[in-house]
Design a protein around this ligand. Sequence first.
Ligand SMILES: NC(=O)c1ccc[n+]([C@@H]2O[C@H](COP(=O)([O-])OP(=O)(O)OC[C@H]3O[C@@H](n4cnc5c(N)ncnc54)[C@H](O)[C@@H]3O)[C@@H](O)[C@H]2O)c1
Length: 387
Amino acid sequence: MNSLRLGIVGLGNMGTQHYQSITQQFVKRVEVAAVCDLDSGRLSKVSPEIPCFSDSLEMIKSGLIEALVIATPHYDHSTIGEAALKNGLHLLVEKPIAVHKNACQELINAHLRRPRKEQVFCAMFNQRTDPRYQRIREMIGNGDLGNLRRMSWIITNWFRPDIYYRSGGWRATWRGEGGGVLLNQCPHQLDLLWWLFGTPTQVWAQCRFGQWHDIEVEDDVTALLTYENGATCSFITTTGETPGTNRLEIVAENGTVIADDSGLRMLKNSVPISEFCRNTDQSFGKPAVEEVEIPIDGKGGQHRQILQNFVDNILDQTPLLAPAIEGIHSVELANAMLLSTFENKSISMPVDGDRFWRHLEQRIAHSSYQKDAVTVAVDAAAMNKSY
Ligand SMILES: NC(=O)c1ccc[n+]([C@@H]2O[C@H](COP(=O)([O-])OP(=O)(O)OC[C@H]3O[C@@H](n4cnc5c(N)ncnc54)[C@H](O)[C@@H]3O)[C@@H](O)[C@H]2O)c1
């Protein structure tokens, strides 16, 4: 049986989890053939027979690996990613695929110019494996819901205490991370927003910077998105409250769908809203409603399923669940929300990448933020439970 030789760059919380998933054989037909980290302490934790590098380009060019997983801080995703693609490797890049739209485009261009057509380009959007979102996507695609009217996503269970932000000098700074909750925790929900509902026409947002933590980037966001068919979506997120909520509600002609921690259900209208509205002769009438539980089994295979899907796509051409070229959309939504706050106005999509980059550059240049960073041990297991 073929076994894919894979390298991992970045052995922090996420990279360590990927390393363990492969070395403990939760992912089949793949072996860790090399690893890379700037921190020699992190390299000292890997099995002695695995070659270690401190320079990602050396690992990429070593001939030891056919595929690469990038789990470094976000800014390096596009630069290391471009080098991997240029040197003929298959690539699985952590979310976000880059910090801003222009960098996403450069990474995608490197994929378009790849030397070998069969090179696979995948992103770690593990929440696409959650059966609740897969079922919603199916229902929208089948036309079961009818025209969408209003979406609302409250995703406030991304609580992070101060110590999280102090671990790793890169976190929660414009220079090191390029954003806060929109770039680190919410790329998952922003990806799902795009995956389920497409690109909005307008984005308005109020991002609050360091609202609940001593950080310079956003940790609290309220946004309003408008879609071509007139539907709107309110999107609320923060890392500052607990226990928090993860609730997606979709109001459509044929009823309301709710995805939350209790599962997935639909409140089905006996008659589509607009038809009832036009035809009823009762001033206070409403269509009859039936509540239907939609059976859902678990949360999907998450990170391990995406890793397996990446391997299976390379070895057997199994369709990719999360092609990395689609990763530009969640970054563009995050950029639009920040841009709307920077300019205090609604942003028409698509986002002007140069305009966003100029704002980000200025924030980096004018930052006077002093970080009191601490060293915290990698906790891949705790992180695994945090989605
Ligand atoms: N898919 C998910 O659910 C999920 C969850 C957590 C983190 N992530 C993503 O994973 C990435 C890393 O996050 P983390 O929490 O593991 O960070 P971390 O700080 O714990 O780990 C990053 C590691 O990368 C190393 N590193 C930094 N720059 C490097 C370079 N140029 N070359 C080699 N090594 C380098 C650091 O020394 C560190 O060990 C982020 O982009 C984050 O968004 C994804």
